[in-house]
Design a protein around this ligand. Structure first.
Ligand code: BGC
Length: 249
């Protein structure tokens, strides 16, 4: 099946048509800047602009950095709070005139890693973590996603975990990689005590720092870097739409 995948992020909105059998992009990815301020209407307009560049009128899947249920955003940890309660599914369907499914961005990346990437052969419990501005989490058991886990917001060191251990915290507080990896290991310890995953997949910018970051991480479970790189978000969003996850209720 061919589905258009969209990935809405804090700085850019990326999209491309995706072959949902293979996870491959069928055309070069397009990107437009996320509007500032990132009002819901502005985001919908920019996302529609990405899709229209391809003259696409088939199904669309979109990853969004919030809890998503039936097309509606329910949280706004790292995005404009006007998003809360906004029906992105309905607005995008109206703007595009086609079926649109919305899922959490980390869930989209997790689905892609489980189907085609670093967790493709694992039928146990997989925890996919995207380490960036926030900590996005996807929990997948034998290929089935438990959506909207938001485990980046557990309490750690008396703080919201992502404000303590996301890559943005490293930059904001000028932490060295060793100290940052130490903080992230505390986070992994908390995840292991609660969920006992068999495999932990690390995505996001920090996952490319092998010597500085990945090699310093410790857990009982195997820890591997994400494999889908920049395409996990949009390929996973397309896959979710093909499987009818996140469609408006
Ligand atoms: C949000 C999640 C999102 C993650 C990564 C967090 O702040 O609460 O919904 O998946 O950032 O973008």
């Amino acid at each position: 099946m061919q589905v258009f995948g969209l990935d809405v992020g804090g700085s850019g909105i990326k999209g491309a048509p995706v072959d949902t059998q293979t996870g491959e992009l069928l055309d070069e990815r397009a990107r437009v800047g996320t509007p500032d301020p990132a009002t819901p209407e502005g985001i919908v307009e920019a996302a529609a602009e990405v899709v229209s560049r391809f003259g696409w009128n088939g199904p669309v899947g979109c990853g969004f950095p919030a809890v998503m249920k039936g097309g509606v955003a329910h949280t706004a940890a790292n995005i404009d709070e006007q998003a809360v309660g906004f029906d992105f599914g309905g607005a995008l369907e109206e703007a595009l005139g086609c079926r649109v499914g919305l899922v959490n961005d980390a869930d989209a990346a997790g689905l892609a890693e489980a189907r085609w990437g670093a967790a493709r052969d694992n039928n146990g419990l997989v925890l996919v973590l995207t380490v960036g501005t926030g900590i996005g989490t996807a929990l997948i058991s034998d290929g089935t996603l438990v959506p909207n886990t938001e485990l980046g917001h557990i309490e750690l060191g008396g703080r919201d975990a992502e404000s303590y251990a996301a890559d943005a915290a490293r930059k904001r507080e000028n932490l060295g990689w060793k100290e940052f990896a130490g903080r992230f290991n505390e986070y992994l310890g908390a995840m292991e005590r609660l969920f006992w995953p068999d495999l932990i997949v690390i995505g996001g910018g920090a996952s490319k720092k092998d010597e500085k970051f990945l090699r310093r991480l410790e857990a009982r479970a195997d820890i591997v870097p994400a494999e889908m790189l920049n395409t996990a978000g949009l390929a996973g969003a397309a896959l979710a739409a093909a499987d009818n996850i996140g469609a408006p209720a």
